[in-house]
Structure formats: C-alpha cells, structure tokens
Write a protein that binds this ligand. Structure first.
Ligand code: GLC
Length: 505
C-alpha cells in the first residue's frame, strides 16, 4: 500500500512525459531535415535505406512463395499462395527466439536456426518437395530482416548494426541473404532467397495486396512493435545518393525504409526525462535508436518498471509497501520489479484498458508481471501504475504520430488539404478518376499499435497538430492493421521479384 503522496508524485512524474504540440512541430521540422539528409548521404543514423521495391502490390499477383520474418521477439515462417484476386492462403509457423540465438557467437547459429524452421514448415506442408532431386520447383523466399540492413539490391543487403535485443557481432558487415542461402543450401532445400524486406515494407505489400481493386493503394507502412520504423514511397528524383543495384525505374519511385528508430540520436529535439537517460545507459546500444527507446514495445515496459522501482524505494511514496521498514533491504531473489528488462509493455495496455474502480485486472497484471505480492498491491498502488503507464504510452503514441505526420508531409500526398477545408478536398478534382480523393493509406503492424487501446487515437491527435495536416488532413489518413503483414508481405515481394511483373501503383 502506497503513502498518500503517491498519487501526487505519480502526477508529477506523468507531467514529465507531456509532449506539447510545439515540441512536436519542432520534431517534425528536424525529422524532415533528417529524411532529406538520408536521401543524400549513404548511411547517416536515420539512414533512409533504399528497398529496391518500386511498385506496390495490386492484388492481382499470383503464385506461391515463402516469407520468413525475423522480428524482435519471434521467428515466423509462412508459405503463402496468392490467388490473384486480393485473397491468399497462408500456413504459418511461429517460434519465440531463444536468447542463445539472439546473442549467439556464430552467424550460423542464427541462420541455421532459421533454415531449420523453413525445413520444418516445408516438411509438414510440402512433403513432395523432398526426396526427389529433379524437377522440384524452387520456391522464392522473402526474408524480412527487421534491422538496419543496407540494401544493394532487392536480394542482398549488409547488416549495419543490430537493434532491439540482438547482438551477434560476426553478422555485422555481412550479406544476410547470402548467410541464409548458405544454410538453406547445406540442407538442400528447394528455396531461393529472392528478396530482402524490411517489416514495414512487408506491411505495405500485404495490406495493398488485400485491398479491393480501385481502392487507393498503400504508400506508407509503419511498425509499432518491439521496434518501430516507417517505410514510404519516394520519388527517384529525390534520392541523390547512389543506388547500386539494378531495378525497374519505370515507376519513377522506390520504397525507402527510414529507420526512424534512430531519429535525433543527438537528442536536440526529442523529450528526455531522467528515466529515458537511465534506459539508454543500461541498454545494449547506448546513444543509438533514441526515438525507438521512447516509442517501441521493447522499451515502454522497462520505462515503467524503472519508475516504479524508484517509487518503491522512495520513502515518501513506498509504492507496494516499499522497502522493508525494519531492515531497509530487499531480501531474497529480485522480483521483476527490480530486474532490468524483465517487464514487457503489455502491462501498459492493461493499465489503459482497466477503467474499473478497484482496478482488479490491473492489480492481477501487476502481480503477474512484477511479482509483487498481492497483499502489497493496493488500489492506490494500481492508480499510480495507471497514471504513469498512461503518460509513457501517450507520449509514445504522440511521437509515433509526429513521425507519421512528417512522412505524410514529405510525400505531399495531401496537397494543400491541411490548409483547406474538408469539403474542398472531398469535392476536389481527383474524385473524377474513381479514386477516393486525397486519401493516404497507411499499413500498420506491431504489438503496441495492435494492443494498446488508444494508441491510434493519440497518434491522430498528434497528426492534427502537424503543420499542413490539421484536422482536415488527419481525416484523410487511413490506417489499417496488416496483421502478420511482414511475413505475408515478404512472400509477396519475393514472388513479384522472382516474376518481375510489378504493375504501376
Ligand atoms: C528496428 C529495426 C528496423 C525495424 C523496426 C521494427 O528499429 O532497426 O529495421 O523495421 O525495428 O521492427
């Protein structure tokens, strides 16, 4: 049970997470300038990686391909059959990644593990592909590798650095497609890696494929999961850094993976509380991915835990009863409340979701996630958790809205709608061609945006504050969840890359 000042203290901490419209607009300006810098320089921190995907799926693509998605927490493998009518059939497997793989010594540990999962899926669903050495159809594979990989071509890319919880130093600087193809060859699997894909790009493709014909196609993809990133369609004329590999230039555009997790690593405009400083200091990559550390699922739970652990030892608060009054020491094995990185972000969603007076569900979650004894979790303690969790998540969502707002601004898709009335846009000239006027379609994926109840609401609040978007522009931004989009999207990109039959967006 916390002291009476606990709620006041919680409100004071929450206030440190306020992120005003003015700060947001400052961030948008810097974001736009870093986007421009990334289109000129090869690999600045926010590195604007060319994806070599130049057209968006139309829903007419047909065939079968594999998608392999190495995310922050899970490895998904899926075999996708596209029917060519915006529908598909997919069989999936999903394993959570053991830390011995995420922190392995040899590249082969990770890529061998991936090849084993591919083999297992194929043996279950395509047993005919084995045992016959001739006339076996080679399956195209799209590898979703959700880390900063600098692409030289649609099917090759060099890992620049690890993010999220991964650290296998020997992979940095290597071509991740070659590493996977090598392990596939060792197992004689009938599979060729034909595309390297960022998860946000996969999200765009799977959503665009599934949209009904005639609908405005998806041009932006965002991930708010363990990590965060955005991909958008850029004009080739805007990309002045060299594009090494071959690609079809006829659309005049290419999808760019922003790697916005590293926006403002120098912290000139991002909000920075003492808790952000601590998280960064104890992370695997201090000074790197500073935007991601304020927005993505890997860090939101840890931010909350850091604050709660401080309130536990604060004698004026004594959250959850605080330190033992007699000894002043904690005894026994440290519970997750006192263990770095032991709490995931799902507690924030539950805190937002539980609107009951006695916060029963949240108190149960506090017990499950923080392992605080139930007798020490009073209603006030749960209220403290709720206030702080809300502040952390709202700031994350507003930062996410800021980034999306900057990207929408950069693509100029809304024209001057932000400064026009809603009616002017709806009745605008583009209505005649059968497309919904001025609509910007955004594919989203990731546990944070999927499960945090008001994440999109707060993102939209932020979008309305962006110069040139406003209320009228925000209404024209359509967001749709592309669940498991990154693995399905990777298969689509792989198939299309192998067949080279993209159609114009
Ligand atoms: C990290 C990765 C990025 C990925 C994002 C979302 O920020 O660097 O490539 O898209 O996480 O998974």
């Amino acid at each position: 049970m916390a002291f009476a000042t606990a709620l006041e203290k919680a409100e004071m901490i929450a206030a440190q997470f306020d992120y005003s419209d003015d700060e947001l607009r400052k961030c948008v300006r810097k974001f736009l300038s870093q986007m421009d810098g990334g289109l000129r320089e090869r690999t600045p921190a926010m590195c604007q990686i060319p994806t070599y995907v130049t057209r968006v799926a139309q829903g007419t693509e047909k065939g079968q391909a594999l998608g392999v998605d190495l995310g922050g927490t899970n490895l998904r493998v899926c075999l996708v059959t596209l029917h060519g009518d915006s529908s598909y059939h997919a069989v999936h497997s999903k394993v959570s990644l053991p830390s011995r793989i995420m922190l392995a010594y040899e590249a082969a540990d990770l890529f061998g593990f991936m090849a084993e999962q591919i083999e297992a899926l194929l043996r279950t669903h395509c047993p005919d592909q084995f045992g016959v050495s001739e006339n076996v159809a080679i399956l195209s594979l799209g590898l979703t590798f959700s880390f900063p990989v600098y692409q030289n071509a649609i099917d090759s890319g060099i890992l620049l650095r690890w993010t999220k919880g991964f650290d296998i130093p020997s992979v940095v600087g290597q071509d991740v497609c070659e590493l996977l193809q090598h392990e596939i060859a060792l197992r004689s699997l009938p599979v060729k890696v034909t595309a390297l894909v960022n998860d946000a790009a996969g999200t765009i493709m799977s959503r665009a494929y599934s949209l009904p014909r005639g609908e405005t196609r998806t041009t932006i993809g965002t991930i708010f999961g363990t990590g965060t990133n955005g991909v958008y369609l850029e004009k080739l004329s805007e990309i002045s850094k060299p594009l090494d590999g071959h690609f079809d230039e006829s659309s005049g555009k290419m999808f760019i993976s922003i790697e916005w997790g590293s926006f403002d690593n120098e912290l000139s405009v991002l909000p920075n509380t003492e808790y952000d400083v601590e998280i960064n200091q104890f992370s695997r990559n201090p000074g790197d991915q500073m935007f991601e550390k304020r927005v993505s699922g890997m860090f939101l739970g840890e931010l909350l835990r850091t604050i709660l652990a401080k309130l536990y030892v604060d004698p004026t608060v004594r959250l959850f009863g605080g330190i033992d009054a007699n000894t002043g020491l904690m005894t026994g094995n440290p519970i997750p409340l006192h263990t770095r990185w032991a709490v995931d972000s799902s507690i924030l969603s539950i805190a937002e979701f539980d609107g009951t007076d006695n916060l029963e569900t949240l108190r149960q979650k506090i017990f499950d996630a923080l392992r605080v004894p139930p007798s020490s979790i009073g209603i006030e303690d749960a209220q403290v958790v709720k206030i702080i969790a809300h502040a952390i998540a709202k700031r994350a969502a507003r930062l996410g809205g800021m980034a999306l707002g900057a990207v929408v601004t950069k693509t100029e898709q809304l024209g001057s709608v932000g400064s026009r009335s809603q009616d002017a846009c709806v009745l605008g000239p583009s209505e005649a061609d059968g497309h919904q006027p001025c609509l910007v379609d955004v594919g989203v994926d990731g546990s944070v945006i999927e499960f945090y109840p008001r994440f999109e609401v707060y993102m939209r609040e932020a979008l309305r504050a962006v110069d040139g978007i406003g209320t009228a522009g925000e209404r024209l931004i359509r967001m749709g969840l592309a669940k498991d989009g990154s693995s399905v999207g990777a298969a689509i990109i792989a198939l299309v890359a192998a067949q080279q039959t993209y159609e114009a967006p």
